[in-house]
Design a protein around this ligand. Structure first.
Ligand SMILES: [Zn+2]
Length: 286
């Protein structure tokens, strides 16, 4: 059961939003600023995301007639403008995901604010509007980040984990809809193998990794909840993994009981049912 269930539009049983964080080669360049550009293998692994995987994912979405959400660092948007154009052409949402995937805990709040603003400017210039949502690199949102999102008029954050479905996050500066991720629905643990950033884990078979996301979905569906995998094109957009994901998605959509929508629609729906939401305050976590 859910402590704070929400009714979903059109009597749908469960809500879902597939999110892809297009980190590309910002990961290696940020992790190794001195010589990341010389490390061609991790650079190429990252570049696979916007150039090969995203077109594949967009093709699936187009055939299934759905629109979803992508989070992009500003640096990635500037480096891969055709990817931005293709995403916008498909009617999808692009959320704020830092400047170049820097960890908000990795430097001063003043520097973080400057990089946040730099990325925001790229969004406005390239998409024609301010982003409605934000996800922190490695989920590392800080009180400073949350305050900035509220001050900049963001509708939602998707970095914090205090419930199974969208909830209301209260901060001294105001409030935000929080659309919670969690590590069980993140593709980094099953699929990433990235020596340069200290992540060495056995890569799971595509069917094993995807099965974890499917079990999360079925648990959400059983209680009328919300499912939001946090995926990366260079991981889940690989051939075998995306083929497995696409085949499963087709069966889910055929059932007709899922409201699959971009995050901004999920957040607006939650906002419209504000009185039903679980409230979590930043003061409570300090
Ligand atoms: Zn990321």
């Amino acid at each position: 059961m859910l402590l704070h269930p929400l009714p979903w539009p059109d009597g749908k049983t469960v809500a879902a939003s597939i999110t892809f964080d297009i980190d590309a080669d910002s990961l290696i360049r940020n992790a190794r600023p001195e010589d990341g550009h010389l490390r061609l293998a991790p650079v190429s692994m990252g570049r696979y995301g916007p150039t090969v995987a995203v077109p594949r994912i967009l093709d699936t979405y187009r055939r299934f007639g759905i629109t979803q959400t992508f989070f992009m660092p500003g640096w990635v948007m500037e480096t891969y403008p055709q990817t931005v154009e293709a995403i916008l052409e498909g009617g999808h949402e692009i959320g704020h995901h830092s400047w170049r995937h820097e960890d908000p805990m990795g430097h001063s709040d003043e520097h973080e604010a400057e990089l946040f603003g730099r990325a925001l400017e790229v969004h406005v210039r390239m998409t024609g509007q301010k982003p409605r949502g934000y996800r922190a690199p490695v989920y590392n949102a800080t009180p400073g980040v949350i305050g900035r999102l509220i001050a900049a008029g963001f509708l939602y954050d998707s970095s914090l984990m205090a419930d199974d479905i969208p909830y209301l996050l209260q901060a001294p500066e105001g409030e935000l809809i929080e659309i919670p991720p969690h590590w069980g629905a993140d593709d980094w643990p099953p699929f990433a193998h990235f020596e340069e950033i200290g992540y060495l884990m056995p890569v799971r078979a595509p069917s094993d990794g995807i099965r974890a996301f499917v079990e999360e979905f079925e648990a959400a569906r059983a209680v009328g909840g919300f499912w939001m995998p946090v995926l990366h094109p260079f991981l889940t957009g690989r051939l075998a993994r995306w083929a497995a994901m696409e085949a499963w998605l087709e069966t889910v959509l055929a059932r007709g009981d899922v409201w699959i929508a971009p995050m901004e629609d999920i957040a607006r729906h939650a906002q419209a049912h504000r009185g039903l939401l679980r409230v979590d305050s930043l003061e409570g976590s300090a």
